[in-house]
Design a protein around this ligand. Structure first.
Ligand code: SAH
Ligand code: SF4
Length: 383
């Protein structure tokens, strides 16, 4: 099988089984591209400067220009010597992620379509006054960022995976989604969720680097507890995350409480069936902290009483809270959301088993809010 840059739906399952996912997904996609200005980490920059004989205080001076004053080029860093500016310019790429479309209004969910330096499109969503879905305080501005262009995991209900996976985003491209949106709306973002396009744990190295930058006091200074990473269930990477000292949150997209249902809608479950996945989660919860479950309710697929009972069992085992999310329709896909009565019944069964479950009154349904939809529509219109 040749490894084409785009994996189309038919290739996906074969791809999971035939290739060790991490080694491919973390490979250097940008082998010929310079590291990005907004992906700079203070300690690495300090080492870089030390080698060149520059004084150590320069590193903090530069990260202040990038992350506090938000300049987009080294030329704007007026207190640096010209020679150093030129060296840095030769070493790092300046930000070139451009907002090309914004949908929604200031007081509702807004969706941003970005064009990257290689013309690929990604999306981010800004959710004002988010309810406390992942344990964070409410009434805050949450941004939902993409971590990859497309997604290789091909969940049957999701728009992000419909055109396959193209490439990983580097840390600079993820950080830029935040910087650009703060610039656009003129307000500070308080919460970050990795729930846009892509599977963050398949791009773990860059995602961890991003978290470092957005969490650090020299970076964007967003508290770790206000950062949530969502995964479709990559068991080995969940175990790896247990070793991370930063206290960001983890959300597991479960969407099926038995192997039969989960494998039907999430091909990743064939690679990491529930037994393997939940053992990794046990390990994570024992080593680190609780996780949250996301469970999309899809009519006639995963919304039965039996699934609710099984889901409650799993949640109890891991002391997890559950966010129930009514399915958002995706153009061209056959799935639909259950009636409100069915959604509430499902929630009440889970609650009867002593589990905390919220039922989301979803935002942004009218603006192609399910992850990957806006990009899909734009790409398809262009074709
Ligand atoms: N790949 C990661 C993170 C991105 S997806 C993951 O799967 O967790 C973020 C969340 O959006 C996931 O819970 C995903 O299942 C959910 N999602 C995808 N398509 C959706 C849709 N059409 N309606 C509602 N939620 C959806
Ligand atoms: Fe990828 Fe997550 Fe969408 Fe599944 S739900 S296709 S893992 S982005």
């Amino acid at each position: 099988m040749s490894l084409s840059p785009k994996l189309h739906s038919l290739d996906r399952d074969v791809f999971y089984l035939a290739y060790p996912i991490r080694s491919i997904f973390t490979s250097a996609v940008h082998c010929c591209v310079k590291p990005s200005l907004t992906g700079i980490v203070l300690e690495e920059l300090a080492a870089f400067l030390e080698k060149r004989g520059a004084p150590s205080y320069r590193a903090k001076q530069i990260t202040d220009w990038i992350y506090k004053k938000r300049v987009a080029s080294f030329d704007a860093m007026t207190d640096l010597p010209n020679a150093l500016r030129a060296e840095l310019t030769a070493e790092f790429d300046t930000p070139n992620t451009e907002v090309v479309r914004v949908l929604g209004s200031k007081d509702t969910t807004q969706k941003f379509l970005f064009r990257l330096r290689d013309q690929n499109l990604i999306e981010s969503v800004l959710i004002p006054a988010s309810p406390a879905l992942y344990g964070q305080p409410s009434d805050r501005r949450t941004i939902c960022v993409s971590s990859q262009v497309g997604c290789a995991y091909g969940c049957k209900f999701c728009a992000s995976g419909l055109d396959g996976w193209t490439r990983n985003l580097d840390a600079g491209e993820i950080v830029q989604q935040l910087i650009e949106i703060e610039k656009f709306c003129g307000e500070k973002i308080d919460n970050v969720v990795f729930m846009g396009m892509g599977e963050p744990l398949a791009n773990l190295r860059n995602v961890l680097r991003t978290i470092r930058i957005i969490n650090a006091p020299w970076g964007l200074g967003i508290g770790a507890r206000h950062i949530t990473v969502s995964t479709s269930g990559l068991a080995p990477q969940i175990r790896e995350l247990a070793k991370e000292s930063t206290q960001f949150r983890l959300a597991l997209s479960l969407h099926g409480a038995t192997d039969e249902v989960r494998s039907h809608i999430m091909p990743v479950n064939r690679k990491y069936p529930l037994k393997v996945l939940l053992e990794a989660c046990d390990y994570y919860v024992a080593k680190k902290r609780r996780m949250t479950f996301e469970y999309i309710l899809i009519a006639g697929i995963n919304d039965t009483d039996e699934q609710a009972r099984e889901l409650a069992k799993i949640a109890r085992r891991l002391s997890a809270k559950i966010n129930l999310i009514p399915y958002k329709t995706v153009e061209g896909l056959e799935w639909s959301r259950p009636s409100r009565a069915r959604q509430e019944k499902f929630q009440s069964i889970v609650r009867e088993h002593g589990v905390v479950a919220t039922l989301r009154r979803e935002k942004g349904h009218d603006i192609a809010a399910a992850c990957g939809q806006l990009r899909l529509q734009t790409n398809r219109a262009a074709r």
